[in-house]
Design a protein around this ligand. Structure first.
Ligand SMILES: Nc1ncnc2c1ncn2[C@@H]1O[C@H](COP(=O)(O)OP(=O)(O)O)[C@@H](O)[C@H]1O
Ligand SMILES: C=C(OP(=O)(O)O)C(=O)O
Ligand SMILES: [Mn+2]
Length: 568
């Protein structure tokens, strides 16, 4: 078993920084907050030389939130809006850019990585070349460091060091990761390091990358370098990728999902690809929020990897998402939201810059959060899927085999804006409901899930369609948050333990006969379509897609293989 404590970030032997490289233009300009009166002042470097970083300008480490906001404002990175949040625009990159993310092909992990369209290799030589540019770029620049943790369970937590060029991105990581106590800060050691310098642009001609943006993950060095993109989601998701590699070695199942604790004291999980409703549905006034996005499932239960949330704000309403609405206040970072130029009041309906507008805030901004960010083994698991074809039932119970099947299939849609170039919902199969975040084969994670479902056989698994109803995207409409919430509530309060179910004729999943607060008619998706035949055709087409996709999993047990939709 790999002991994280003995595998700290591999230190760099500082090679000659390539000083001849011209530094890239920086949108933050040269505005310096305070100039040292004399050069002779010796400033602490906080061990940056271990990363090969020398001659850095001012180094700000773990500044409090108010100061980070001040710095961001003075440097012209953003503005304060009416509710007190700091608003930034992230430029050309307003969502993740999966095609610009690479994993270094190196001996320690090469054999294990599931190299595929998501996990794209880059050579060690090209990594070193880019790293020289990082070293050169940072010469003389002011930087912000956040030293903290990932993993709310202290048995598994890892030290993270994030080096930022932007104060606003340092605010993001301050809110998203787990903060150290003053004593922890004194003794802090980084297991993972991310250097996020959006002002450094890569060179697609020579760096073996695709565009000016690059997110390069070096698993052996436990180091990520990010250039070209100011979308903060890249930072959190690249640390997630490293956790998804290393946690499996400690028998922790890493999950792309939210978690909360309900009124009955049960822990619940919400798996789902981006935009399917993890953050929205887990923030429930009746439940204690554990976390909205990344969790581990260990022998002792569930723990949040992070210390904060990253909510979508497009069409956010106080009525449907009261907790997220209230969490947008001083200290929260807003990305790409449009505000009224006179009043500085956000207009969450305006998707002019992107559909992927975001708010980053700490867990404690949700009033009834669970401060330990930990829970027991889950009682209810929801697989959230945004079905753009509008054929899946809005809620269905899954047998253990169906749960395994759907976890591997990971059917959903990529929703507009979350990834670059996605402007309308696009059907996709994303194994583990987040395939691009998982470096190992999906079957590794599925086996871990299967083991846990066997151990905790009282756990119920539901498939929830938070996507379309009444027809495909463009014809039908998105299922209302109100109805989805009612379905989640019914599952959590035990109501769905006492109703009859009938198997869906094509998808075989078990459709409940009734759910309080949800019109009976919509539970069977066929009823919501004008044309029953068109429904069936569309459902059969989707069943075929499931079949084609599942061919890649040829060595899973027969009972899982046969738990998929009926293909006639
Ligand atoms: N029925 C629904 N259930 C959940 N979210 C919905 C639903 N209908 C619309 N939405 C919207 O979809 C988005 C879900 O995003 P979010 O919860 O941030 O997803 P995730 O956390 O899984 O990335 C929110 O903008 C929410 O308002
Ligand atoms: C931050 C992201 O994740 P999610 O949408 O799952 O919150 C993202 O996909 O960029
Ligand atoms: Mn989310």
């Amino acid at each position: 078993m790999v002991n994280l404590n003995t595998l700290r970030t591999v230190f760099f032997h500082p090679s000659q920084p390539n000083l001849s490289l011209s530094s890239q233009p920086s949108y933050s300009g040269n505005t310096t907050l305070e100039k040292d009166s004399e050069e002779a002042i010796i400033r602490p470097t906080y061990g940056l030389e271990d990363l090969g970083l020398y001659n850095i300008g001012r180094v700000y480490r773990n500044l409090p939130i108010a100061q980070l906001v001040e710095h961001a404002l003075i440097r012209g990175e953003g503005t304060l809006v009416d509710n007190g949040a700091l608003l930034v625009e992230t430029g050309q990159y307003t969502g993740r850019s999966p095609k610009d993310r690479f994993i270094v092909k190196e001996s320690s992990s090469e054999q294990e990585i599931d190299w595929n369209q998501h996990n794209v290799p880059i050579s060690e030589a090209k990594f070193n070349q880019l790293y020289q540019k990082v070293i050169a770029y940072l010469q003389g620049r002011d930087i912000y460091i956040f030293d903290g943790y990932i993993g709310a369970d202290t048995n598994y937590r890892c030290g993270v060091r994030i080096v930022n060029e932007l104060a606003s991105q340092n605010l993001f990581v301050h809110q998203l990761f787990i903060r150290p106590s003053p004593e922890e800060l004194n003794n802090h050691q980084a297991d993972f390091t991310v250097i996020a310098i959006p002002g450094l642009h890569g060179d697609p001609e020579n760096d073996d990358i695709r565009s000016e943006a690059f997110i390069v993950v070096h698993l052996q060095k436990r180091l990520v370098i990010i250039g070209g993109s100011r979308y903060s989601g890249e930072i959190k998701k690249s640390v997630f990728l490293m956790m998804n590699y290393f946690m499996t070695k400690r028998n922790v199942l890493p999950m792309h999902g939210a978690a909360n604790i309900d009124k009955r004291g049960h822990t619940n999980l919400f798996f789902g690809l981006s935009g399917t409703g993890k953050t929205t549905l887990s923030a429930d006034p009746d439940c204690h929020l554990i976390g909205d996005d990344e969790h581990g499932w260990s022998e002792s239960g569930i723990f949040n990897f992070e210390g904060g949330c990253y909510a979508k704000t497009i069409r956010l309403s106080q009525e449907h998402e009261p907790q997220i609405w209230a969490a947008i206040k001083f200290g929260t970072l807003l990305e790409n939201v449009i505000v009224d130029p006179e009043t500085q009041i956000p207009d969450y309906d305006d998707g002019r810059l992107t559909e992927n507008t975001r708010a980053a805030y700490p867990l404690r901004y949700i009033p009834n959060c669970c401060p330990s960010a930990r829970g027991n083994h889950p009682k209810t698991i929801f697989f959230l899927t945004a079905d753009a074809f509008g054929v899946l039932p809005p809620i269905a119970k899954l047998t253990k085999e169906q749960a395994m099947y759907h976890f591997l299939a990971g059917y959903t849609s990529k929703l507009a804006g979350t990834e670059r170039d996605i402007t309308a919902p696009q059907a996709t199969f994303s194994a583990c409901f987040g395939q691009c975040f998982f470096p190992l084969s999906p079957t590794v994670y599925a086996k871990m899930l299967g083991k846990r479902l066997d151990q905790h056989h009282e756990t119920n698994v539901f498939l929830i369609n938070t996507g379309w109803s009444g027809g495909p995207y463009g014809v039908g409409h998105r299922i209302s948050i109100k109805h989805t919430r009612a379905m989640v509530t019914a599952a959590l309060n035990g109501q769905l333990d006492c109703v009859n179910y009938h198997p869906h004729p094509i998808f075989k999943v078990l459709v409940p006969e009734k759910v309080t607060g949800v019109p009976h008619r919509i539970l069977d998706p066929q009823n919501t379509w004008d044309d029953v035949e068109a429904y069936q055709q569309q459902a059969i087409e989707l069943a075929h897609r499931f079949e084609v996709n599942f061919k890649q999993f040829h060595d899973v047990p027969a009972e899982i293989m046969s738990a998929g939709p009926v293909v006639r």
